[in-house]
Design a protein around this ligand. Structure first.
Ligand code: ADP
Length: 228
């Protein structure tokens, strides 16, 4: 990420301090980034500064994790690690390792039975499948409530009339990161994503689910791992 005017210092756990970078510090970053590795003398020369003047800037930039110094080699650019840290970290956690078991029903299941399944399985979203777990729809609590407040007989209406259908379903794959899954949940404003793998004839097979709860659980797991 390019630096503009600020750098983030991680200080104590949970405390993050943002400092403004001076124009000179930004020029130093630009020199080091362009050159690969460069000595303090070279930077001082290029900016017509004394080594003493430069020293405090280099100290700040190395403490911020923007530059690093190798003895007898010089300074090199490592980037804004503090702000990249969260992104890199969460990108390592994969859907295949955190997904939960999907709760599925067949397309001819009645809305009444679907509601019962939601209660029994304690889920807010059902995935509707045909043979071999091929995904054909998603039914949320509100989809079922809509039918329930209408005049229809819940024992007669099949869930296929209440669900959102393929191809209008946002899915996630096993190798995607939990960050990708969280982003999709937020962007599409839904509670649950079917985890899928390729099935026959461009269809997809449901092999799991990632919900807002799955993301929250991972978040808590990461938080508690830091305190032990
Ligand atoms: P609720 O409606 O209970 O608040 P959601 O926000 O998950 O639950 O669902 C909102 C709407 O989006 C519903 O009509 C549902 O069928 C649909 N929906 C749910 N999950 C998905 C998904 N992964 N892809 C596309 N549509 C979805």
């Amino acid at each position: 990420m390019p630096h503009t005017t600020s750098a983030i210092f991680g200080t104590m756990r949970s405390e993050v301090k943002i400092i403004e970078l001076s124009a000179r510090q930004q020029r130093i970053i630009a020199i080091v980034r362009d050159r690969g590795t460069v000595t303090g003398e070279h930077i001082a020369e290029e900016l017509s500064l004394t080594r003493a003047t430069l020293r405090s800037d280099l100290a700040i930039l190395t403490m911020a994790g923007i530059l690093d110094a190798r003895p007898r080699v010089g300074y090199f650019y490592v980037g804004d690690q503090a702000s990249n840290f969260g992104c890199e970290m969460i990108g390592k956690y994969l859907v295949k390792d955190y997904k939960s078991v999907p709760v599925v029903v067949q397309e001819h299941t009645t809305v009444y039975d679907a509601i019962v399944t939601m209660f029994l399985e304690d889920v807010g979203t059902l995935f509707v499948v045909r043979e071999q777990g091929i995904l054909i729809g998603v039914a949320s609590r509100k989809d079922l409530l809509k039918v329930a407040i209408g005049q229809s007989d819940l024992h007669e209406v099949p869930i296929s009339l209440a669900m959102t259908r393929m191809p209008n379903i946002t899915t996630i794959t096993l190798d995607a990161s939990m960050y990708d899954a969280a982003k999709k949940l937020i962007e599409t404003q839904v509670d649950s994503l079917p985890v899928v793998k390729p099935g026959p004839d461009q269809a997809v097979e449901v092999v799991g689910r990632v919900t807002k709860t799955t993301i929250t659980r991972l978040f808590v797991e990461l938080g508690s791992a830091r305190t032990v």
